[in-house]
Write a protein that binds this ligand. Structure first.
Ligand SMILES: [Fe+2]
Length: 315
């Protein structure tokens, strides 16, 4: 085992391609105790955290964004422990360099173990969530490595290549940031899904854009999610970005999702051009603040009426 990591299942060669399980020692850092987390929350600027609540199993799926108001880090931890809340502390690279370095060192180890692996644009966030919190079926744009630290959660993984589970047009919408990364889901698909129970000291990575959902199983859950790209992932992004633009704004029906060859490189160049020119500005989704918390009752979600909600700006 390296200082922080050991690839378990799937093989080091498969990291940045398919599903891989990794053992890790990140808890040895002491960065994830209640006290350390409370301190970290206290120093997080508004533009780098997200606070969410969601409906329970069996209820219609609703995901809401909120604000921690005047709660201290300690109170937030208690509110998460006792309630139905999910907090995401983003951009370690800007706010928490020591956490950023911990994950960077872990990635360096994984890359040392696999000379063909080249990852970049690594961005880590800390996820702290309630014992019964869940994350609905969605897909992420980059690769993900989920480093699990506390509590237990079950990750459901669906086939990235199945166009019924994830139609091209849907993935394009996610990549163009038109939607909240949430996509249509049918519980029937669970029959063909894989489910992995994550315990502290385990990490999991999976195929690029594979749809997934997460059910917390036990205890206050703490994980780090690291987004990363490989050269292939970046080409796929470029191809879907341009396909999405062609479908929506040029009345075309792009069929090829091939990420190799000249066509793919042309689409990647086009994607950069579209972004540079700001052609899609203003079409990206907005996150509205629909609740805050109550210092006197930490399990309470305080609703903000629709006409008083404000946009949560993220940097
Ligand atoms: Fe995800």
């Amino acid at each position: 085992m390296g200082r922080w990591t050991k690839v378990e299942k799937g093989g080091a060669d498969n990291f940045g391609k398919g599903q891989v399980s990794i053992q890790h020692n990140l808890n040895d850092s002491g960065f994830f105790t209640d006290d350390a987390l409370a301190d970290l929350i206290d120093r997080y600027p508004r533009e780098f955290y997200m606070l969410n609540t969601m409906t329970k199993v069996g209820e219609e799926k609703v995901w809401r964004s909120g604000d921690k108001g005047d709660l201290s880090g300690k109170e937030i931890i208690k509110a998460i422990h006792d309630g139905q809340v999910w907090m995401c502390l983003r951009r370690f690279d800007v706010v928490a360099p020591e956490y950023h370095k911990l994950i960077d060192d872990s990635f360096e180890e994984l890359e040392e173990g696999n000379p063909n692996l080249k990852t970049f644009k690594r961005e880590s966030s800390l996820l702290i969530s309630s014992p019964t919190a869940r994350v609905f079926y969605h897909t992420d744009i980059p690769f993900i490595c989920l480093w699990h630290l506390r509590g237990k959660k079950r990750v459901w993984l669906y086939d990235a290549e199945n166009k019924t589970h994830l139609p091209d047009e849907t993935l394009e919408g996610v990549i163009l940031r038109e939607t909240e990364e949430e996509v249509a889901y049918d519980a029937e698909w669970d029959k063909n899904a894989q489910s992995v129970l994550l315990e502290p000291g385990q990490a999991l990575s999976w195929e690029l854009n594979a749809p997934h959902r997460v059910d917390n199983v036990e205890g206050l859950n703490v994980s780090i999610t690291t987004e990363f790209f490989t050269p292939e992932a970046q080409r796929k992004y470029g191809v879907y970005y341009t396909n999405g633009y062609m479908r929506r704004y040029m009345g075309m029906q792009p069929k090829s999702t091939n990420i190799d060859g000249l066509g793919a490189y042309a689409k990647c160049a086009a994607a950069l051009g579209i972004k540079k020119l700001g052609l899609l500005k203003g079409k990206e989704r907005k996150m509205m603040c629909s609740f805050t918390m109550d210092k006197n009752d930490l399990t309470k979600i305080v609703d903000i009426p629709a006409n008083e909600q404000w946009e949560i700006k993220q940097a």
